[in-house]
Ligand binder design. Structure first.
Ligand SMILES: CC(C)(COP(=O)(O)OP(=O)(O)OC[C@H]1O[C@@H](n2cnc3c(N)ncnc32)[C@H](O)[C@@H]1OP(=O)(O)O)[C@@H](O)C(=O)NCCC(=O)NCCS
Length: 148
C-alpha cells in the first residue's frame, strides 16, 4: 500500500491479528491524556471501528505495528489515529493520513481534543484547517479539522 523508503515502515490493511497491538498503542496513548479519564471506556467505540471502518496499520519489520488509523470511507471522517510514542515524528501519522485520503478520495475530517496540543501542532504542520470550534476553548472541548 505504501512503504517509507528511508524509515522501513509500511502501511497496509488491518487484520484480526493486529488487534492486540493496536489496543496496546491505544491504551498507552489514552493513558497520556489525563483529561480523558479511564481509557477502557473508549474501547466499545474502537471495537466498533475495527469491525465496521476501514482500518490501516503502520508496521515496521522489527517493531511490528507502530500505529493505526480508522476511517469512515463514506464520510472521510477519521475516528482514530494513534502512533506509538517511540515512533512519533517519523512521518507515520502523515503516511497513514495520506493513504487514508487517497483511499477515501476526498478531504478528511477529524475531531481533536482542545488539550491535545501535540496532535494539534502536528495537524497544523500538515496543513489541516479548523472548520468548527467553540471559543474560548475549554477542557473537554474538541476542534473539528479538515485536511488540505
Ligand atoms: C498526533 C500523532 C498521530 C502524529 O503522528 P506522528 O507520526 O508523530 O506525525 P508525523 O511524524 O507524521 O508528523 C507530521 C508533521 O507534524 C509535525 N509534528 C508531529 N508531532 C508534532 C508535535 N508534537 N509538535 C509539533 N509538530 C509535530 C511533524 O514535524 C511533521 O511536520 P513536517 O512534515 O512539517 O516535518 C501522534 O503524535 C500521536 O499518535 N499522538 C497521540 C495520539 C493522538 O493524539 N492522536 C490524535 C487524536 S486526534
Amino acid at each position: 500500500m505504501y512503504t517509507h523508503a528511508g524509515a522501513g515502515w509500511s502501511i497496509r490493511a488491518f487484520t484480526r491479528n493486529d488487534r492486540i497491538a493496536c489496543l496496546r498503542i491505544f491504551r498507552d496513548c489514552l493513558r497520556a491524556f489525563p483529561w480523558r479519564g479511564d481509557w477502557q471506556g473508549y474501547l466499545p467505540v474502537l471495537q466498533n471501528a475495527f469491525a465496521n471502518a476501514r482500518v490501516l496499520v503502520a508496521e515496521e519489520p522489527s517493531a511490528g505495528v507502530i500505529g493505526f488509523l480508522t476511517l469512515n470511507m463514506t464520510t472521510g471522517y477519521v475516528d482514530h489515529l494513534f502512533v506509538h510514542a517511540d515512533w512519533r515524528l517519523c512521518g507515520v501519522g502523515r503516511g497513514l493520513l495520506d493513504v487514508a485520503q487517497s483511499e477515501a478520495g476526498k478531504s478528511l475530517t477529524l475531531d481533536v481534543d482542545a488539550q491535545n496540543i501535540g496532535a494539534r501542532k502536528a495537524y497544523e504542520h500538515m496543513g489541516w484547517q479548523v472548520v468548527a470550534d467553540a471559543r474560548p476553548l475549554r477542557p473537554g472541548q474538541q476542534v473539528r479539522l479538515i485536511s488540505p
